[in-house]
Design a protein around this ligand. Structure first.
Ligand code: PLP
Length: 426
């Protein structure tokens, strides 16, 4: 496949758009960032005319596929009704009510316009509720691109320091660092307790399943113990379910793993491509927002078209019908990929759920960031690039996102491309 028109478009676009891309995370794809002309179902069409089967799905949001009829119909209808009213619409109450029925920790809801913003509300709430300032985050976990959380997400190992007491490392020039962020290794409850004993930790934020730095599940009993510790030491437990929410289940990872945090961040699959995120949580904490003691704002929060899209998406997810087809397609893909890697003699591990799983090469059983980074990431990135050349688009970092638009013939097509790539050797 050729991607020359994309390359040309990005180069020309760079005369106007800084770097030719509008999010720093759209770089790093081989051969170069692509330029798309349309997206329907699970198929992307690029400016070179390539049709690509998509497992990136907008970095996760498109759980119903690109342009699902029910969501698009609702959005089109709303375009003639209202766009932005700087007030409330009945739709946002319906969507919030659904969230409280679906997500275990959701007693109250506030909608935001991106996951990164919603995380900031959680930090404010944790600090206001406890009167403490320090927040614990974990190496390799991603919670958005703002200064106080873009810390030790993909740290340089030569600077990262002691494994049990990592250095908190900035990720970009111009970033304000504060002593109020404490970075710890994930999946180790003892190091958390050691910190909590100081009595100055306002909150703990984590991805309940680490998908941003290789797929790693919580060890048995880990989340339960963290829950107990947070309660014992009066610290707010925050699950960042921007990826896992509505992918691991209709109630997020917390529903499946059986541990309920105090606050949860939702985004991505919540609105199938519209710019909607939410912070949800226990009533007593969320009351701090209700009373105005903790400020949360945003011009575009609950924009009318986004809200009808959210409601339509949640209604579909609650009906369970998207999960039935994702379980079949994704389950089959996980099984067949594993068989093909095994017969090609590639040591590998596939971790996760049919709607979101991670594949790594030449490593099994990592429990946190540093061990997960020992996977053969270069070999995997070569595999991803070779698949792209066969018309299958996956993330070079190992995560696969499935949608209810992926059919058995899409899986057939994907698997025959995988076989060709593995036969040629990676
Ligand atoms: C776990 C997690 N939290 C937060 C975010 C930030 O969300 P947004 O990109 O909507 O700001 C992301 C984005 O990828 C994420 O994966």
């Amino acid at each position: 496949m050729k991607f020359t028109q994309s390359q040309e478009a990005v180069t020309q676009g760079s005369d106007y758009v800084a770097g030719g891309i509008n999010s720093g995370y759209r770089t790093g794809f081989k051969p170069h960032p692509l330029v798309f002309t349309s997206a329907h179902g699970c198929t992307l069409v690029d400016v070179d005319g390539n049709h690509l089967t998509d497992y990136v799905l907008g970095m996760g949001p498109m759980i119903l596929g690109h342009s699902p009829q029910e969501v698009i119909d609702a959005a089109k209808k709303q375009l003639d009704v209202s766009l932005l009213v700087a007030g409330q619409t009945p739709t946002e109450y319906k969507a919030a009510k659904l969230l409280t029925e679906m997500v275990p920790s959701a007693e109250r809801v506030r909608f935001a316009s991106s996951g990164s913003e919603a995380v900031q509300v959680a930090f404010r709430l944790a600090r206001a509720a406890t009167g403490r300032w320090k927040m614990i985050k974990f190496e390799g976990h991603y919670h958005g691109w703002f200064d106080n959380v873009l810390v030790s997400v993909a740290p340089d190992m030569s600077l990262a320091g002691d494994a049990l007491h990592p250095n908190a490392l900035a990720a970009t020039q111009g970033q304000e660092m504060s002593e109020n962020i404490v970075v710890l290794p994930w999946n180790n409850a003892d190091v958390i307790e050691e910190q909590l004993k100081n009595g100055d930790i306002a909150g703990i934020i984590m991805e309940p399943i680490m998908f941003n730095s290789g797929g790693v599940l919580p060890l048995p009993g880990y989340l339960e113990r963290v829950r107990e510790l947070a309660t014992k030491y009066g610290t707010v437990l925050i699950f960042d379910e921007v990826i896992t929410g509505f992918r691991v289940s209709d109630g997020g990872a917390q529903k499946v793993l059986g541990v309920t945090p105090d606050l949860t961040i939702l985004g991505k699959a919540l609105a199938n491509g519209f710019a909607v995120a939410a912070i949800v949580g226990k009533k007593d904490l969320m009351d701090l927002i209700a009373s105005g003691k903790v400020m949360h704002g945003g011009t575009y929060n609950t924009q009318s078209v986004s809200m009808v899209a959210t409601l339509a998406t949640l209604q579909l997810l609650k009906s369970q019908s998207p999960y039935k087809s994702i379980d079949v397609a994704g389950g089959r893909l996980m099984k067949e990929l594993s068989l093909e890697f095994a017969s090609a003699g590639i040591e590998h591990e596939i971790v996760g759920y049919p709607a979101v799983f991670n594949v790594r090469f030449d490593l099994k059983g990592p429990t946190e960031y540093r061990s997960a980074m020992k996977a053969n990431r270069e070999r995997y990135a070569n595999f991803a690039f070779a698949l792209l050349n066969k018309g299958i688009r996956i993330l070079p970092r190992g995560t696969w996102f499935l949608s209810s638009a992926h059919t058995s013939s899409d899986i057939d097509k994907t698997m025959s491309a995988v076989r060709e790539v593995l036969q040629a050797g990676i």
